[in-house]
Design a protein around this ligand. Structure first.
Ligand code: PLP
Length: 499
């Protein structure tokens, strides 16, 4: 049962709250083509060509569909080098919805993370947070800090049904403060919703408690606001006292407990590129603005085109709409519930931006050292043309001190839903593909590295199967599959168009 549909899941009980004005045709490669494509990509879905992908659930980052209002806003781009009108529009919008005083655009979220890390972290510092995020932790480490995970234990347990699995474990935070001293902790890094835990929200009560501990010890608290609007929706639906508040009111309250934020505009804000750093402290903002000039661009554009700042401002307004958020998260729930019904192990409760398949339980015959989630993502692509991504041992990388592979408790495949892009029918096809794979899971084998880059290895690493030529040895490698039949239609149409 989900909060989304009330009593029980009813198929087609809701419809997407938009209609389609522009279409982008999809193409489905044959099984043989997909086998070739994934092998050429070193069994890493990040290295596939987009044209070889049927339904792309790699990420919701920068992949959302913009509204007609956002596209109209693009025409109002003021591409002045300094003082673009779109910057002031964006600044006003961020102040209104996020409530911070100083706003600096950046080319995307990691640009803001770099600057915040550089101006706050000293060599030997510790940065606690409710689970790591890949780019965030790397920038903290590059600045000389050590990330310390203080998420509640349940955040690491895929089966736990806790409605706020993103919550901070206050005792763990207190313990760190006692151990290393508050002066070694430049800030607390608060994630809403927690991406790496499966898109799990943090409760307002927990944010309040976390902030109280930080304030007591003079520790700043910065928000990774990338998915804070989705978190606000979960608070409205799940936390006592918030049902009647608007998403916008809840978002402002979340931000009010923090000293600033880093933001990837490519997620909640529904733009293809962009981000920002926002801070309340005048002196720190002055430092940050100076760094923006070094790494991003002048502080009134920070690596963004004027038109993109305009689209982001409009996207922020649209993101706090209840209808939008209900449909966005409802679509994730719709996909997740089909998998639960079929017995496929996924992280529960279903998260905000995607369905996270528990590869450890899906493929218990593959040890973590052979990257079960990476193998599952590759097998899913081979089986159906659906592209997902690994969130497990490959993403976790190596411990910079020991050089050993980290062994995260969560070994997940993320099916991430771009906003306003796919329909319920696409979710049905995706669910069918995963259920089909679940039924023949014994035919999936593990992977080993053939190439491993130093930083953020999940993006560019390459692998080879531990058994034979493919990760999926279901006897269909040569034969026809249902997807091959369907794709017959397209090449012909394509040929016609060029006749
Ligand atoms: C995407 C993301 C980032 C990084 O943002 P980019 O725009 O990709 O640089 C940081 N934190 C979280 C939680 C994210 O999801």
């Amino acid at each position: 049962m989900s909060e989304f549909n009330g009593k029980k899941r009813q198929r087609r009980s809701w419809a997407e709250p938009y209609k389609i004005k522009v279409v982008e045709p999809l193409k489905m490669a044959t099984r043989a083509q997909r086998e070739k494509a994934i092998a050429a990509a070193g069994f890493n879905t990040f290295l596939l060509k987009s044209e070889d992908v049927y339904i792309d659930l790699l990420t919701d980052s920068g992949t959302s569909a913009m509204s007609d209002r956002q596209w109209a806003g693009m025409m109002k781009g003021d591409e002045a080098y300094a003082g673009s009108d779109n910057f002031y529009q964006l600044e006003k919008t961020i102040r209104k919805y996020y409530g911070y005083k100083h706003v600096m655009p950046t080319h995307q979220g990691r640009g803001a993370e770099n600057i915040l890390s550089q101006i706050t972290i000293k060599q030997g510092d510790y940065v606690p947070g409710n689970m790591y995020f890949t780019t965030t932790r790397l920038h903290q480490e590059l600045a000389g800090g050590t990330f310390v995970d203080v998420i509640a234990d349940e955040g690491h347990i895929p089966q736990s049904e806790n409605p706020f699995k993103g919550n901070v474990d206050i005792a763990k935070l207190q313990q760190l403060i006692d151990e290393v001293g508050a002066e070694k902790i430049p800030y607390f890094c608060l994630h809403t919703t927690v991406n790496m835990a499966g898109g799990q929200p943090v409760s307002m009560a927990n944010i309040r408690d976390t902030t109280a501990v930080c304030r007591e010890h003079g520790i700043k608290i910065y928000l990774d606001a990338t998915r804070a609007v989705e978190n606000a929706y979960f608070i409205k639906m799940r936390e006592a006292g918030y049902a009647k508040k608007s998403i916008a009111e809840i978002l402002l309250e979340i931000c009010s407990y923090t000293d600033g934020c880093t933001m990837s505009g490519k997620k909640d804000c529904m733009v293809n590129i962009g981000g920002f750093l926002a801070l309340n402290d005048d002196a720190l903002a002055e430092k940050a603005r100076n760094m923006v000039v070094v790494y991003e661009g002048l502080h009134t554009y920070g690596g963004m085109a004027g038109r993109d700042m305009e689209a982001m401002a409009i996207g922020i307004e649209e993101s706090v709409s209840y209808d939008h958020m209900r449909a966005r998260i409802g679509q994730v729930v719709y996909l997740g519930e089909q998998l639960i019904e079929a017995g496929v192990p996924i992280v529960q409760p279903i998260g905000g931006h995607g369905v996270f398949v528990d590869a450890a339980r899906f493929l218990p015959h593959i040890p973590q050292s052979q990257f079960p989630a990476q193998s599952l993502a590759a097998a899913l692509y081979i089986n159906s043309g659906v592209r997902a991504m690994e969130r497990g041992a490959v993403s976790a990388g190596r411990d910079p001190a020991t050089g050993e592979n980290r062994q995260p408790k969560l070994e997940l495949v993320r099916l991430t839903l771009p906003r306003r892009v796919y329909t319920q029918a696409h979710m049905d096809v995706t669910a069918e593909a995963i259920i089909d794979l679940w039924e023949k899971r014994d035919s999936i084998c593990g992977l080993k590295f053939t190439f491993e880059p130093e930083y953020l290895r999940f993006f560019q690493s390459q692998f080879t199967p531990t058994c034979g030529a493919s990760v999926l040895n279901d006897g269909e490698n040569e034969g026809e599959t249902y997807s091959d039949c369907e794709s017959d239609i397209l090449p012909e149409q394509h040929a016609d168009a060029h006749d």
